[in-house]
Ligand binder design. Structure first.
Ligand code: SAH
Length: 218
């Protein structure tokens, strides 16, 4: 077993399972994805640390526990069509791709989108589709989605994303007026025009910048 796979197993046990993530499909996905491959060259030794890490352009790869928690909150069984906003390094997209049938992911910074797409291809994640655009508007051509996860913080719920959910599907998104902390929220589309909202966890994410997010001067 490589050192990385030992570190990965330990990370999943101590940082994720021991903190209450119970979904076996999520834990299995986290055991499979080589997080070190998604970090800028040289940072591999930190890949299994219990923290977010810089990935360039002022952005971060989320803490492993938060990735697992958000994916668990989507309540997937396997094979679904999922949308992620904020591709970043591509790591969370890979975790989703271990569970979902198809993953559509949008990143507003072109350099990150290209890099993530290259790594995902190298690792054989053919079911991930990366697009460079403003994710606050979703991906209407591919809608509706069984689940939508947003990995950057919005000032409030982007309506376009709610409208691209299937009935019964969940939107998991950090929402808040503050740059320093937000609430992780889960929105469930219970009927065509009926949505239920639950507060899950206090979190801290980089801003979601776009038409239905923060302005570019945030
Ligand atoms: N899921 C990522 C974490 C990325 S951090 C990972 O696993 O590495 C959040 C990302 O959201 C950043 O890369 C940022 O550029 C991106 N982002 C911010 N606003 C966005 C928008 N409107 N559309 C798409 N991506 C956005």
């Amino acid at each position: 077993m490589s050192d990385y796979s030992k570190l990965r197993k330990r990370m999943v046990q101590r940082q994720i399972a021991d903190r209450g993530v119970r979904s076996e499909i999520v834990l299995d996905a986290m055991r499979k994805v080589p997080r070190e491959r998604f970090l800028p060259g040289g940072d591999g030794i930190f890949a299994y640390d219990d923290s977010p890490l810089p990935i360039g352009q002022g952005q971060t790869i989320s803490q492993p526990y938060i990735v697992a928690y958000m994916v668990e909150a989507l309540d997937l069984e396997g094979g679904e069509k999922v949308l992620e906003i904020g591709t970043g390094s591509g790591y969370a997209a890979a975790v989703l791709a271990e569970i979902a049938g198809e993953v559509y992911t949008i990143e507003r910074i072109e350099g990150l989108a290209t890099k993530a797409s290259d790594v995902l291809k190298e690792l054989g994640y053919d079911n991930v589709h990366v697009r460079h655009s403003d994710g606050t508007l979703g991906w209407p051509e591919q809608a509706p989605f069984d689940g939508i996860v947003v990995t950057a913080a919005a000032p409030d719920l982007p309506d376009a994303l709610k409208q691209q959910l299937k009935i019964g599907g969940h939107l998991v998104i950090p929402v808040g007026e503050s740059k320093w902390y937000q609430a992780l929220v889960r929105v469930t589309r219970v009927a065509e025009s009926e949505f239920e909202t639950e507060d899950l966890l206090p979190v801290r994410f980089v801003p979601l910048i776009g038409e239905e997010g923060w302005g570019s001067t945030f």
